[in-house]
Design a protein around this ligand. Structure first.
Ligand SMILES: [Zn+2]
Length: 275
């Protein structure tokens, strides 16, 4: 008995039929173009997310530097306070040993000035402590924000990579179908077709709707309309040079669908008609 888990079924990819007419060929080109656009936008999205992350990192760095600066100032005030306190101690000792009255008064005055400076330093320290407390909280907030953003970013990148990988696979299959599809382009026009696709991509083709080129919305000539009915001729728009075709893709797809499930359809139709 095998203990190995059954290998997962391959993901059900949509079937890509090689095109059977110019309309389907154009639709395939448009689909490939859309996939290419998405593949191209992937790295841009990643860069934008990276920029957000970098900003969060920079904000945290700035907050940390501010905190460091305020802590340093607090330490400087504390050092200054100690110096002033020890000077007060010295002055008090002197005060007890001095003999002359005017010297006594001078020291007393010094002591008074020194005490005022001590109170100022104590106030400054309290102010610094409040600043340090606020900035510490700010650093903690930015740290957890950065952690959340980093998690989001990693998740986003993983999803993006998965999506891009499947899009790359899809594009390969679309391109293979497009290569196969070249055979439906009339041989006499194949070079024109290749050059046009090379230059304009999916925009090199346009359907004709009611005698109008849907690429440039200029009416086509009667001659072009007649030529479009000839299977061996590739017709281009006189106004915009796009390769023209009749929009029959949908029609053909429905026909193909009909061929795949003829019985079921007929059965259903029979039920409906008896209603
Ligand atoms: Zn045109």
């Amino acid at each position: 008995m095998s203990l190995a888990a059954p290998s997962p079924a391959p993901p059900s990819d949509p079937v890509i039929f090689p095109p059977t007419n110019l309309a389907e060929l154009h639709a395939l080109h448009q689909r490939a173009q859309a996939v290419r656009d998405q593949l191209e936008s992937g790295p841009k999205l990643k860069t934008a997310r990276q920029a957000l992350l970098a900003r969060a990192q920079a904000d945290l760095e700035t907050a940390k530097q501010n905190l460091q600066r305020e802590k340093l100032q607090q330490m400087q005030h504390e050092t200054q306070l100690k110096t002033l306190q020890s000077r007060s101690d010295d002055l008090r000792v002197k005060l007890n040993t001095v003999k002359k009255n005017d010297e006594y008064n001078a020291i007393l005055k010094d002591l008074h000035t020194n005490q005022t400076a001590i109170r100022q330093e104590e106030e400054a320290i309290l102010e610094q402590m409040a600043k340090v407390e606020t900035l510490t909280a700010e650093v903690a907030r930015l740290e957890s924000e950065l952690a959340a953003k980093t998690r989001d970013y990693n998740e986003f990148v993983a999803q993006l990579e998965t999506r891009l990988a499947s899009q790359r696979t899809l594009l390969k299959r679309l391109e293979a179908a497009l290569t196969q599809g070249e055979s439906i382009v009339p041989e006499s026009g194949r070079e024109t077709y290749r050059r046009a696709i090379q230059r304009r991509g999916a925009d090199a083709m346009a359907a004709v709707d009611n005698m109008v080129c849907t690429g440039c919305y200029v009416q086509i000539t009667q001659q072009s309309f007649n030529d479009l009915h000839l299977p061996d001729l590739l017709v281009t728009c006189k106004s915009c040079s796009r390769i023209l075709y009749f929009p029959t893709a949908l029609e053909n797809l429905l026909k193909r669908d009909e061929e795949v499930r003829p019985r079921k359809r007929r059965g259903k139709a029979a039920t409906n008609s008896s209603d």
